[in-house]
Design a binder for this molecule. Sequence first.
Ligand code: ADP
Length: 455
Amino acid sequence: MTIRNKLTLRFFLLVLGIIGVASIVIYIFSERHRKEDFYIRLRNKAEATAKLLISVDEMNVDLLHKIEKDNPMTLPAEGIVVWNYKNHVLFDTDKKGIIKQNSSLLNQIRLEGEVRMENGDYEILGFLFTDKYDRFVVLAAAKDIYGKNRIKDLKWVMVTVFGFSLGFIILAGWFYAGRALLPISIIIDKVKQIKISSLNLRLEEGNKVDELSKLSQTFNNMLARLEEGVKIQKDFIANASHEMRTPLTAMTGQLEVALMKQRTAEKYKEVLESVLEDIKNLNKTSNRLLLLAQANTENLDLEMEEIRIDDLVWQSREELIKLQPNYEIIVDLDMNPAYENHLQIIGNSQLIKTAIINLIENGCKYSLNHKAVLTLKTERSGLTIMISDSGIGIPDKDLDHIFQPFYRASNSTSARGHGIGLSLVQKIVQIHKGTIRVKSKLGEGTIFTIVFPVL
Ligand code: ADP
């Protein structure tokens, strides 16, 4: 069932219930009011007759019959019977025998003062009438033709109004449900138009207050995030393919030039060695790119274990010196024995090693003396890893951008690189809930500081 149908049905049932209950309550109260009113009239009339009979000395039964016959106050089909205390009938105009004359009823009236009852269309009232000398019981019966007709009319008016209301409620409910859902239909139509190539489209946010406006705002925020994500991916793919194409073009060029004419074995060896180095570099770049792409996926499934950072630092130093024997790497331990256990963190050893190697390698790569100092510091708040060098430094204008993928500072042309390392390091540190900062002075050196807080 569509929401529109559901809303219409609920609205219909609700209004139906309200009108139904209201009609029944009105009917019950009107009927009660009519009855009360009629009994009062009946009592007034019967009392007036009894008073004439009992209190007026000159009055006799025949005269009263005559008076009653032409009395304009007489109620429809009225009958009145008056008994004295001996249960003798003093007066009787009940020709049709509507009033049941039995002593137990008379006793009940004497006991209770007033008794009301019904007999078919007749309403009957019995009451005790007293004067100075005697106690009389009066029973009066009559038909409330006028009142009952009014109630019957009321019933028909209510049934007719109720019937017409049903049709009207369905139409109104259908119309209002449609009106209420119109903004949703508009949102659906607009969202249908949004493709991966048109993520710049946005929904109308309306008054910015109601729920539908909030829904549109939420959609728009999501679209903005998607647009940003897709842009980052596009840039990443463009930059990555550029980084791969450049060395491949260089290698192709070298090989084509070498093959242009016959060369000496020495020359071929030289070319092959150069190409091999390019391939190794390419391999390193593609591995880093793969790692960076993986690290950017939000639900990265990593093997996390308990690792000691000082062990990883020594291993990284060893691996790097094996590859670059001309690098000088100093490891300085600034330990507070009370917090030695902060050297231990939960993480992925391969990733942490990659981050440490990248930073030390940069320190050596961008320094004339190819020297970097790594300081490990345990404190109350956690573990700090500082990698410093006395190299070329980073210009202030580039400092804010060096963690962006493929960004290289303007003074970095002296060393080979692709601008991938630092963005990877930052991602790795973030995955391990740490922070990374950089401080640098052009021509004096650079310090990278990683902090792993105690969790
Ligand atoms: P790559 O070194 O391959 O270019 P990175 O992402 O590791 O890429 O570094 C990004 C840029 O940051 C480098 O190109 C360089 O300009 C700058 N940089 C990083 N580390 C240092 C450092 N220790 N000294 C000077 N510049 C650095």
